[in-house]
Design a protein around this ligand. Structure first.
Ligand code: NAP
Length: 253
């Protein structure tokens, strides 16, 4: 695929936080960008914001990544409007905080469904387009907690560790087809998810106090993750695949 052809990107969980920043960045980079989110208003607002800045974007709103039927239908809508989906960022995620012995089957299954089955469904929907194009880019947003482990988040951390395994295996299988697959594990990024954890007392301290002892002396910004994604989906990142690119202010080295 030549650089002059239009490329379509789909960002899951694009309505909020990190996904919003990634969607706006990819749209600004020139991708026709589909903003997929469970939250209908949020997806439409982000797509509208990108269009307001003169970029090409659409919302695929009210779609649950943990439902394969909804995922396949959403990809079909995007394909019809923007063409083959050759760039995919699996960002939608669900957090959880519970003592291990109190995690229910339902909670375990729900977190796995969103954080691991969702990317599985989205990758299966997108990769045929990428094979056809002979070019593709996938970035999976995992978590620094999968480097370090995190008490009371065993279900969440296990799902994100699985996402790292998905990344590495897909990189090996589809490298010969021109498709790269990498993962960005964010750490301590100031988003509604992080502030929600702070408000529920789950961080053990305030965001500001933790930022003060972070090596770069600040919390991450969604734009920090978006910048890494922008590079990983670019033409010049074609020799980078199967990698874990930590963006965490030095909190995990
Ligand atoms: P966020 O602000 O909560 O945004 C997540 C977005 O994903 C929300 O718009 C949410 O919609 C959407 N979403 C949730 N479940 C979905 C589903 N089943 N189908 C479609 N969309 C769904 O979170 P964030 O902090 O930006 O996190 C983005 C990603 O980074 C997540 O995968 C998270 O695990 C990862 N991460 C974040 C941090 C951090 O420090 N913030 C650290 C490590 C990893 P609703 O609002 O409707 O639920």
């Amino acid at each position: 695929m030549s650089g002059t052809q239009r490329r379509t990107a789909l960002v899951t969980g694009g309505g909020s936080g990190i996904g919003r920043a990634i969607a706006l960045r990819l749209a600004a980079d020139g991708f026709a960008t589909a903003v997929l989110d469970l939250d209908k208003d949020a997806a439409e607002s982000v797509a509208g914001e990108a269009r307001g800045s003169g970029h090409e974007a659409m919302a695929v709103a009210g779609v649950d990544v943990s439902d394969r039927v909804q995922v396949n239908a959403a990809f079909e809508v995007v394909r019809s409007a923007f063409g083959p989906v050759v760039t995919l960022v699996n960002n939608a995620g669900k957090s959880g905080f519970k003592e291990f012995l109190k995690i229910t089957d339902a909670s375990w299954d729900q977190i796995m469904a969103v954080n691991l089955s969702g990317p599985f469904y989205c990758c299966q929907a997108a990769i045929p387009d990428m094979i056809e194009a002979g070019w593709g880019r996938i970035v999976n947003i995992s978590s620094s907690s999968a480097h370090s482990g995190q008490q009371y988040m065993t279900h969440y951390v296990s799902s994100k560790a699985g996402l790292i395994g998905l990344t590495k295996s897909l990189a090996l299988e589809f490298g010969p087809k021109g498709i790269t697959v990498n993962t960005v594990p964010p750490g301590f990024v100031d988003t509604p998810m992080l502030r929600g954890s702070e408000q529920r007392g789950l961080l053990g301290s305030s965001v500001e106090d933790i930022a003060a002892v972070t090596p770069v002396r600040r919390a991450g910004r969604p734009e920090d993750i978006a910048a890494a994604c922008s590079f990983l989906v670019s033409e010049e990142a074609g020799y980078i695949t199967g990698q874990i690119i930590g963006v965490n202010g030095g909190r995990n080295t």
